[in-house]
Write a protein that binds this ligand. Structure first.
Ligand SMILES: Nc1ncnc2c1ncn2[C@@H]1O[C@H](COP(=O)(O)OP(=O)(O)OP(=O)(O)O)[C@@H](O)[C@H]1O
Length: 223
């Protein structure tokens, strides 16, 4: 069974003459164990795709299935529970809480979800592999763009989600770090059996992906 499936998704923003058709009959599937890349230029609909896939917003039409369950008519609190337990987000704007240190970001995860998070030892290993172990007492504004991005990746992985949705996770990184983040994402898929879906315009991630889709002007096609 697919970890995540989108069926015939359409998304419009706005009304009347300002109405825009942002996703056009998009269908997509990803299984656990694969690292799927969605490549598209700015404005092609990547963030819209990812927020719909992560049931953060509703499509205008079409269905989103998580582990075979259709989310269309799910009550809000069931959706939130599903999202919290199954999906990890790595967003463009890193969304770290500004008034919490890096280690407090993980404590915050524990407050909202206290089962199946990584153990202290696993977290230490993760922080080491991301080279941010020495930064855990720092606040986000004391970190570089790349360090913030890696802290945000660590926080998403800490909750141990089955599905990882990443929006431009390499945006602020130099080429060696891009390779590292690419390796990390592909290892998560291959060694930890997660479904890893990344939207990006960063071609440097291309050779690490198992499957690649192109998103152009709201149309999604597999390569
Ligand atoms: N809430 C919104 N209301 C109206 N239009 C929107 C909204 N969100 C996005 N759009 C428009 O939809 C289109 C796709 O936006 P989206 O952010 O999904 O693209 P993107 O590929 O992620 O772009 P970028 O890489 O620049 O972030 C753009 O033309 C954008 O202006």
């Amino acid at each position: 069974m697919e970890a995540i499936e989108l069926k015939n998704i359409n998304k419009y923003y706005g009304k009347g003459t300002s109405k825009v058709h942002v996703l056009k009959d998009v269908s997509f599937k990803a299984e656990k164990g694969e690292f799927v890349l969605i490549l598209g230029p700015s404005g092609s609909g990547k963030s819209t795709f990812l927020t719909i896939a992560g049931i953060l917003q509703k499509p205008t039409s079409g269905d989103v299935l998580i582990n075979g369950t259709n989310t269309r008519n799910m009550p809000m609190n069931s959706k939130e529970k599903l999202r919290l337990n199954k999906i990890g987000f790595v967003l463009q704007s890193h969304n770290l809480v500004p008034y919490l240190t890096v280690s407090e970001q993980f404590e915050l995860v524990d407050k909202v979800k206290n089962t199946e998070n990584l153990s202290q030892k696993e977290l230490e290993k993760l922080l080491e592999s991301l080279e941010i172990s020495n930064l855990i007492s720092k606040y986000p504004n004391e970190l570089s763009g790349g360090q913030m991005q890696r802290a945000a990746i660590a926080r998403a992985l800490y909750a141990n989600p089955e599905i990882i949705l990443a929006d431009e996770p390499t945006a602020a990184l130099d080429t060696p770090r891009v390779k590292e983040v690419g390796n990390l994402l592909s290892n998560l898929a291959h060694r930890q059996n997660k479904a890893v879906i990344t939207v990006t315009h960063d071609l440097r991630l291309l050779d690490q992906a198992d499957r690649v889709y192109d998103l152009n002007d709201g149309k999604l096609n597999e390569r």
